[in-house]
Design a binder for this molecule. Structure first.
Ligand code: NAD
Length: 543
C-alpha cells in the first residue's frame, strides 16, 4: 500500500480558493474554506436559537465552519413555510416540476468540481468516491424528470361493470415530507430521496447529519438555482435525538436513512402517528465468488466494494465467500490489489481511499479488527490506523479466519475491513450469505450469469449485483433500492421511490346501472342476477 502525506490542496473550485481567515481570531472563519462561501450556505439553515456549532474537516481535524443550530420553534417554522409553499406546488403542472429536475441534472454536472471539493472537505473521502455523489444525483434527477407522467399521471383501471363503470386512480402528494439523512454520502443522501418527493408535489423539511451540513446546504442552493420555488426545501440543523421527534410529529411522511437502531425508534414514532415511513438502514453485505468467476474482475469489484468511501457505504461488501477451488488464487489477487492502493489525504484525484469521517468511526474499526485478531483472525493486509496521513485514516484491511465469536463476523463495521471465508458448495454459500439480521445488498461473481441469477433469487437482500459489487443496481435508478429484514422498509428509486410520497385516490364514474335492485326487482332476485353476472364475467375471462 503506498501512501503520501501531501497536504490537502484545493480542487480548483470556489470553495478553497480565496483568502483564508484565521479561526483563532474569527470563529466564523476557517483555514480551509472561504468564510463568505460558507456563510452563503449556512444562512439557509432555519435557525433562531443564536447557537452555532463548529464543523471540522476529517482531513486535518481543522475547523471548517460554524453551523447555526435549530430548535423546536425553528422546526415549527420550517414546517409552516413548507405547508404554505406546498399548496401552490401541488397545483404546479407536473411537467414544470419535472423540468426543474432536469435543470438540476445539468447544474449538478456543471458544478461537480465545487460539489466534490466540499464533499471531500467535509467527509475526508477520496475524490473518486466523492464523484459518485453528483453522478448519482444527476442520474436520479434525470430518471424522475423523464418518467414523471409515467409514475404520477392519472391511470385508468378496470371498473366493475365493463363499459358502465369508468374508474381511474389519481396520485396526490402526502404534503410535507420529513427527511433525516446520514453523513456518509452527504450530498447524495441530502437530495436523492427529496427529488422524487418534490416531483410528487410535496414540500420537504430535511435534517442532514451534523457532520456534513455544508454538502447538504449546497444541495439546497442548487435546487433553488434550478428554479425550485421558495419554501419547498427547508433545512434544519441539530442533533437527531433533539430534532427527530419534532420533525416526525409534524411530517406527513418520514424518509430516514441511517442505522438500524435509530430506524427502529423512527418507525415506532411514525406508527404512533399512523404516518408512513421508509427506512434505509444498515447491512453486512456478502459477496460470493463462484468457482467459474473471472477472478481478476471479482478482485477488482471486491476492492471497489469494500473500500469505497473507506467502507462507509451502506451497500459496501464486508463478507467475502469464495469457492474452495479458487480461494487461494482469489485471495492472492485481492491482497495484491489492496496492497497496491494509494492512500492520500486531500482533494486531488489519484487517491484510492480517503479518511474515515470521525474518531467514533475510527474507534469502531479499531475495536472490530483488534477483537478479531485477539480471537485468532489473521490480517492479510492492512490492520493499522495511519495517523501519519490524517487523524482518522485506517488502512484497507483484509482478514482471514473470522469466526462467529468475533464482533466483525455479524456486526456492521462500516469501515475498510472485509473477512474472507471459504465455501465448499453453493447452497452452503447462499445460506451463509443469508445468515444474520441484515438483507441490504449482495454480489455474485460467475461466468454463468444464468446460474448466478438463479442463486440471486435465493439471497434475501434487496439488491443483488452479478459480476458487479454494488454499482449496477445502485446506479440503475429504475430499479428499487433498499433492504429486506433489519436493513429497512420501503424502497428508494424506481416507481416505489416516488409512489411512497403519494396517496392514491380512486375515482369511479358509474353510468346507467346502479348497485341495488331496480325495475321492481326484490333483493333476492338482485342477488341472483349479480351472481349470474359474476359467473359470466369469470367465463369470458374478465378479472
Ligand atoms: P444514525 O442512525 O446514527 O444517524 C442517521 C441520522 O439520524 C442522522 O441525521 C442523525 O442525526 C439522526 N438521528 C440519530 N438519532 C436520532 C433519533 N433518535 N431520532 C431521529 N433522528 C436521529 O446513523 P449513522 O451512523 O449516521 O449512519 C450510518 C448508518 O447508516 C450505517 O448503519 C449505514 O449502513 C446506514 N446507511 C444506510 C443507507 C441505506 O441506503 N440503506 C445509506 C447510508 C447509510
Amino acid at each position: 500500500m503506498s501512501a503520501s502525506s501531501q497536504p490537502a490542496g484545493a480542487g480548483g473550485a470556489s470553495f478553497g480558493d480565496s483568502d483564508l481567515a484565521d479561526p483563532e481570531h474569527d470563529v466564523a472563519a476557517s483555514y480551509a474554506l472561504d468564510p463568505a462561501s460558507v456563510r452563503a450556505l449556512t444562512r439557509r439553515v432555519v435557525s433562531t436559537t443564536g447557537r452555532e456549532v463548529p464543523a471540522y474537516t476529517p482531513i486535518t481535524g481543522q475547523p471548517l465552519a460554524m453551523v447555526p443550530q435549530s430548535g423546536e420553534a425553528d422546526v415549527e417554522e420550517a414546517f409552516a413555510r413548507a405547508r404554505r409553499a406546498q399548496r401552490a406546488w401541488a397545483r404546479t403542472p407536473l411537467a414544470e416540476r419535472a423540468a426543474m429536475l432536469l435543470r438540476l441534472h445539468d447544474l449538478v454536472l456543471e458544478r461537480q468540481d465545487e460539489i466534490i471539493d466540499l464533499i471531500c472537505w467535509e467527509s475526508g473521502k477520496a475524490r473518486k468516491h466523492a464523484f459518485d455523489e453528483p453522478l448519482h444525483i444527476a442520474l436520479t434527477a434525470r430518471y424522475y424528470g423523464r418518467t414523471a407522467a409515467q409514475h404520477l399521471g392519472t391511470k385508468r383501471v378496470r371498473g366493475v361493470v365493463p363499459g358502465l363503470t369508468q374508474a381511474e386512480v389519481n396520485r396526490t402528494p402526502k404534503g410535507v415530507v420529513g427527511i433525516i439523512a446520514p453523513w456518509n454520502y452527504p450530498f447524495t443522501m441530502a437530495l436523492c430521496d427529496g427529488i422524487p418527493a418534490l416531483l410528487a408535489g410535496n414540500a420537504v423539511v430535511i435534517k442532514p447529519d451534523a457532520q456534513t451540513m455544508l454538502s447538504a446546504l449546497l444541495g439546497a442552493r442548487l435546487l433553488e438555482e434550478a428554479g425550485l420555488p421558495e419554501g419547498l426545501w427547508n433545512v434544519v440543523a441539530g442533533p437527531g435525538r433533539e430534532l427527530g421527534t419534532p420533525i416526525i410529529d409534524r411530517s406527513d411522511y418520514v424518509c430516514f436513512t441511517g442505522s438500524t437502531p435509530t430506524g427502529r425508534i423512527i418507525a415506532r414514532q411514525c406508527a404512533e402517528r399512523l404516518i408512513g415511513c421508509s427506512l434505509e438502514l444498515g447491512g453486512k453485505n456478502p459477496m460470493l465468488v463462484l468457482r467459474d468467476a473471472d477472478l481478476d474482475r471479482a478482485a477488482e469489484g471486491a476492492v471497489r466494494a469494500v473500500f469505497s468511501n473507506a467502507g462507509q457505504l451502506c451497500v459496501a461488501i464486508e463478507r467475502l465467500y469464495v469457492a474452495d477451488q479458487v480461494y487461494d488464487r482469489f485471495r492472492d489477487k485481492l491482497v495484491e490489489r489492496t496492497r497496491a492502493m494509494t492512500l492520500r489525504p486531500g482533494l486531488e484525484w489519484g487517491s484510492d481511499m480517503g479518511s474515515l469521517i470521525s474518531q467514533d468511526q475510527l474507534d469502531t474499526v479499531v475495536a472490530h479488527v483488534d477483537d478479531a485478531v485477539a480471537k485468532g483472525a489473521r490480517v492479510l493486509v492492512g490492520g493499522k490506523a495511519r495517523p501519519d496521513l490524517g487523524p482518522y485514516f485506517y488502512e484497507p484491511t483484509v482478514l482471514e479466519g473470522v469466526t462467529p465469536s468475533m464482533t466483525c463476523f455479524g456486526e456492521e463495521t462500516f469501515g475498510p475491513v472485509v473477512a474472507l471465508h471459504r465455501f465448499h458448495d453453493e447452497a452452503d454459500a447462499v445460506s451463509r450469505a443469508n445468515e444474520g439480521e441484515y438483507g441490504l445488498n449482495a454480489s455474485i461473481y460467475s461466468r454463468d450469469t444464468r446460474r448466478a441469477r438463479a442463486l440471486a433469487r435465493q439471497v434475501r437482500c434487496g439488491t443483488v449485483n452479478v459480476n458487479e459489487a454494488f454499482a449496477a443496481t445502485f446506479a440503475s435508478i429504475e430499479a428499487p433500492m433498499g433492504g429486506m429484514r433489519q436493513s429497512g422498509m420501503g424502497r428508494r428509486q424506481g416507481a416505489e421511490g416516488v409512489l411512497r410520497y403519494t396517496e392514491t385516490q380512486s375515482v369511479a364514474v358509474q353510468r346507467l346501472l346502479r348497485f341495488g335492485p331496480a325495475f321492481g326487482m326484490d333483493d333476492k332476485t338482485y342477488a341472483q342476477v349479480m351472481t349470474a353476472n359474476l359467473r359470466l364475467l369469470r367465463k369470458v375471462g374478465r378479472a
